[in-house]
Design a protein around this ligand. Structure first.
Ligand code: ATP
Ligand code: MG
Length: 958
């Protein structure tokens, strides 16, 4: 029986023998393709080739491509664990023709590989083919039908379907065409697939899992324009996708992908790590449930490992969010199996052991990957706790709501304050607490508790817990069951669907267009900017204005100019495009100002210009880059490489570039790292890289290196999400730094002058950003610093050699202490004046039913001062009494109540008073306090005291 690795190899070898170039899988993070969340098919890395934006030196290719379908248009996340054939991460085997062979060969190759005794040797009678039946004005694919027949597929096993299954398109516009699929009859007994034991055998088309789609052959035959009209592509192309895991199941004679050698070691390890296999006494339901959980863990650990290895990190949006969901789903399934400690980070090594031969990048990345997973496991444990607390509070709210409704029916006004304070646990216990604390009447209490109640956790709230707190649905359902609350599944699904629609909409934004034909027909312009900043006699090959090719640009007009050779660097790899001037062939007259340079398609350099003189196609021009700006940019670019290497040296090898901007005036560098960089670390980094500058190391540029050599022999660092060709350019700075890079660099490190790090901060969780300057930028920076120093010197008296930062800090600390002392004094004075103004209170104290009642206002007191004023007054007046003091401080009103009368509770008195200052209050029987929003109500609130006391004494329970 062939192993998964052997099947992968066999596929690639078969197509190599048919003249295909074996191309390595591209990253799961699509290079320069904002339309795509993750690489989800073999064709992704060739998209620009199919669109005519890029040319390769081969026109047949074969790959085993890492794919993730867990977000965006293709999302199989929720299927995983419950079907035998869907994964979040899987490998897609494919063969591609770029305008070379078409349908006939594609079908013949597929059939040969599948059925030939030398290759996969599948039994022909178990194979089915599908074709496009014709729909929406696109004709039936009769050609494919005949081709399948001619391979010997009987017509009973060729099925025809519509656009949904058998028509493929890259986007709303662009290449599209019919497809044909090959399916396999797993021949399983129906009962195993949920038909029930007595059901008759099902037929092709049944989605029970008996018939499994293995291979999809796409025939890119049309180009769709913006109006929806199809035209025939001059060079039709082929794109196919065969799921490796499904092929392994078929060739290894098992029904489920999870029973193949690509998964069994992972499932075993997952069982060990979660302790699942140790549970002997599983009943039938639990057994299937735990099997599903193990599959989910096995699947998700593959996805997480490969995604993180390719540079994705757990975040709250975009790709990182999907990764986070995957990891958290795996952890939750671990918890369902009883594992509450971190375990998933260990799975990473199992994935590496299984897959490193096919994907050597795992060898280098697993330590970093495992750390990232562990960090997320720890973080999630916290979130889970917070989420569970939130859930409990929701349950508590359900109880409160019910009490409020009951009270409203009885015509009671309820002060829910105290009940909210009590930690809710379940709606029932909540209800009991409320009953005891609020109703103050045994009959009401009984009546309330006897009421039939049905609690339902609203779907939208459950979804919020799922979405923001990461509580998995199973988890919430279980908790609801335990608490006797109904889980609103319909509402939950609706909320989920709404969120999906939103997510989809936000990823739709940029649809890639077929390249503007104006650019497609051009030969590549030769780039001379590595060696010089001026090129003479450059021929104007084309002029583009408003997306159209034109013959001439008039003075004052904006447009793009393509030259046959140019020294202008087109924006890429973070380095900004060059600016400069174009001169007429008299070498003197400026004909245009170049404001930027970019590459609309690979190899073509477009100069964005404002014309000063008429420019025509065929003119000869001198192209002159602004050399000062370029030199400043080069300094920053070389400094970026030094910084990257310095960060790895000081912080560790997990640091990888996550993005960069190299401009003339500064550089910005984003990198993966889990915590902030300490000041001392930053200084170390700055020291190390400036040492490299001072030794004036030569920068070696090695051109045209095969990518394998660059990575494996030079150990050049390749970047995430960057697209590299077969041959690359390597920038080597002594033994310190080696990177793949197409940018422009200084020839010696000394030219950089000095690198000054200005800022370090967080971009998103796990990604940090450093901003720095070099050369003249550093000079400006130090000049500013010097000015500051002069100011400090002017403000303080300091020793000549004391560092100004410390002097300034000491000075500010001194002033701070002074302010604190003065504030304290002011407070004391205020308190004193409050106490003395309370000296003659005689007329304010009223005797109500034998209780001395006093309401008193004194402004500008803080909470504790207010409290102590209350205490003073209460002591002065004696018992039984009610003392209410109020204040308005910084425009916020506050009151507190002390009560020493047996029949009066401070907690009852505070409510109506607080209401008048727009607040709520609570407390105990002897003391309660409240803050409010409306300072204008303070006097009315204080006067209310007398009224409330009178009312309460008349009717103690009300
Ligand atoms: P299905 O309908 O079974 O989900 P699909 O139509 O989405 O498949 P394609 O987009 O045509 O599949 O992808 C090509 C091949 O990749 C499929 O024939 C299948 O073998 C494999 N494949 C697709 N999705 C997955 C997945 N989630 N897990 C494993 N293999 C997959
Ligand atoms: Mg699918």
């Amino acid at each position: 029986m062939p192993t998964g690795s052997e099947i992968r190899r066999t596929f690639l070898t078969f197509f190599e023998k048919k003249g295909h170039r074996e191309v390595h899988s591209s990253s799961l993070v699509p290079a320069n393709d904002p339309t795509l969340l993750f690489t989800n098919a073999g064709m992704n890395q060739f998209k620009d080739v199919f669109l005519g934006l890029e040319k390769r030196d081969y026109n047949r290719a074969t790959t085993s491509q890492k794919c993730v379908r867990a977000g965006g248009k293709h999302n199989d996340l929720e299927n995983v664990g419950f079907t035998n054939r869907h994964h979040t991460f899987f490998e897609m085997l494919g063969n591609f023709s770029f305008g070379d062979y078409f349908k006939k060969d594609a079908i013949a190759y597929a059939w040969e590989l599948f059925t030939s005794p030398y290759w996969f040797n599948l039994p022909k009678e178990k194979l089915y083919a599908t074709i496009f039946k014709g729909e929406n004005g696109v004709p039936r694919d009769a050609e494919a039908y005949d081709l399948w027949l001619s391979q010997g597929v009987p017509k009973e096993r060729i099925y025809e379907f519509g656009s949904k299954d058998n028509f493929w398109q890259m986007g709303d516009t662009g290449p599209c065409g019919p497809c044909s699929e090959i399916h396999y009859d797993m021949g399983v007994i129906a009962s195993e697939l949920g038909h029930g034991t007595t059901a008759p055998a099902c037929e092709f088309g049944c989605d029970c899992g008996r018939y499994v789609e293995l291979w999809n052959l796409v025939f890119m035959q049309f180009d769709r324009d913006a109006t929806g009209t199809l035209s025939l592509l001059p060079k039709p192309s082929i794109d196919t996708g065969l799921g490796l895991e499904r092929m392994a199941a078929v060739l290894q004679g098992v029904i489920s992908n999870y029973d193949t050698d690509l998964f069994t070691p992972l499932i075993k390890r997952a069982a060990e790590l979660t302790g699942a296999s140790l549970k002997q006494e599983l009943d039938k339901e639990a057994k299937t449930k735990s099997a599903a959980s193990l599959r989910v863990i096995a699947d998700h650990s593959r996805a997480a490992t490969f995604l993180i290895s390719d540079g994705v990190i757990p975040l709250n949006e975009g790709r990182g969010y999907v990764l986070r969901k995957i990891i958290r789903r795996a952890i939750t399934h671990g918890r369902l199996l009883g594992q509450t400690k971190p375990f998933l980070h260990q799975m990473v090594f199992a994935v590496r052991d299984l897959m490193q031969d096919a994907y050597p990048e795992l060898k280098e990345s697993t330590d970093r990957v495992s750390k990232t997973v562990l960090a997320e496991e720890t973080r999630f444990a916290h979130t889970l706790d917070a989420g569970l607390r939130e859930l409990q509070e929701e349950f508590g709210d359900l109880g409160l709501t019910r009490a409020a409704i009951f009270a409203a029916k009885k015509g009671l006004s309820l002060n829910l304050g105290p009940a909210v304070e009590l930690l809710p646990s379940t709606p029932q216990s909540e209800a009991k607490i409320i009953a005891e604390n609020i109703f103050h009447s045994d009959e009401l209490e009984d009546e309330f508790l006897k009421q039939p109640y049905i609690y339902r956790l609203p779907g939208a709230i459950a979804f919020k817990l799922y979405d923001t707190f990461g509580l998995q649905r199973d988890f919430i359902e279980d908790a609801c069951r335990d608490a006797g609350v109904i889980f609103d599944a319909t509402g939950f699904d609706r909320a989920m669907e709404e969120q999906r629609t939103r997510a989809r909409a936000s990823w739709k934004g940029a649809v890639k267009q077929t390249a503007n034909p104006v650019y497609q027909q051009l030969p590549k312009s030769e780039f001379e900017g590595y060696r010089r900043t001026r090129s003479d006699n450059c021929a104007v090959l084309a002029i583009i204005k408003g997306g159209q090719g034109v013959q001439e640009l008039k003075p004052g007009e904006k447009g793009e100019i393509i030259l046959d050779h140019t020294p202008f660097y087109a924006e890429s790899g973070g380095q900004v495009g060059d600016r400069g001037l174009l001169y007429a062939d008299d070498h003197n007259t400026v004909v245009a100002e170049v404001t930027n340079t970019y590459a609309p398609i690979q190899g073509v350099r477009a100069h964005q210009v404002i014309a000063k003189q008429p420019i025509r196609v065929g003119d000869k021009l001198d192209a002159v880059v602004n050399a000062d700006l370029r030199a400043a940019t080069m300094r920053n670019h070389t400094a970026t490489h030094l910084l990257h290497a310095g960060l790895r040296e000081v912080l560790g090898k997990h640091v990888k570039q996550a993005g960069s901007l190299v401009a003339p005036n500064h550089l910005r560098f984003d990198f993966s790292h889990f915590t902030g960089v300490e000041d001392e670390e930053l200084q170390d980094i700055e020291d190390i890289i400036n040492k490299e500058v001072l030794v004036n190391e030569k920068i070696e540029v090695i051109e045209n290196v095969p990518i394998d050599v660059a990575v494996n022999e030079y150990h050049a660092m390749a970047l995430f999400g960057e697209k590299y060709g077969d041959r690359v350019r390597v920038i080597k700075i002594g033994d310190f730094s080696t990177e793949l890079c197409g940018g422009t660099h200084t020839s010696q490190t000394g030219e950089i002058g000095l690198i000054k790090i200005l800022k370090e901060g967080s971009v998103s969780s796990g990604v940090r950003r450093i901003e720095a300057v070099t050369g003249e930028g550093s000079l400006h920076h130090f000049r500013k610093d010097h000015e500051l120093e002069e100011v400090v010197a002017g403000l303080t008296s300091r020793e000549a050699d004391a560092p100004p930062a410390e002097v300034l800090r000491a000075e500010l600390e001194r002033k701070d202490a002074e302010i604190k002392r003065l504030t304290r004094e002011l407070d004391q004075v205020r308190m004193k004046s409050a106490s003395s103004s309370a000296a003659n209170l005689g007329d304010k104290i009223k005797n109500i039913g034998g209780v001395s009642v006093l309401a008193f206002r004194s402004d500008d007191l803080n909470r504790s001062q207010l409290r102590s004023l209350g205490d003073q007054l209460r002591e002065k007046i004696g018992s039984p009494s009610v003392v209410v003091v109020g204040t308005v401080t910084a425009n916020r009103p506050a009151v507190n109540v002390s009560a020493t009368a047996t029949l009066l509770s401070a907690n009852q008195i505070i409510g109506p008073i607080a209401a008048l200052i727009g607040g709520k209050g609570g407390g105990r029987d002897d003391f309660a306090e409240a803050g409010g929003k409306d300072p204008s109500g303070i006097d009315a609130a204080l006067n209310e005291t007398y009224v409330v006391v009178e009312r309460l004494l008349a009717n103690p329970k009300g």
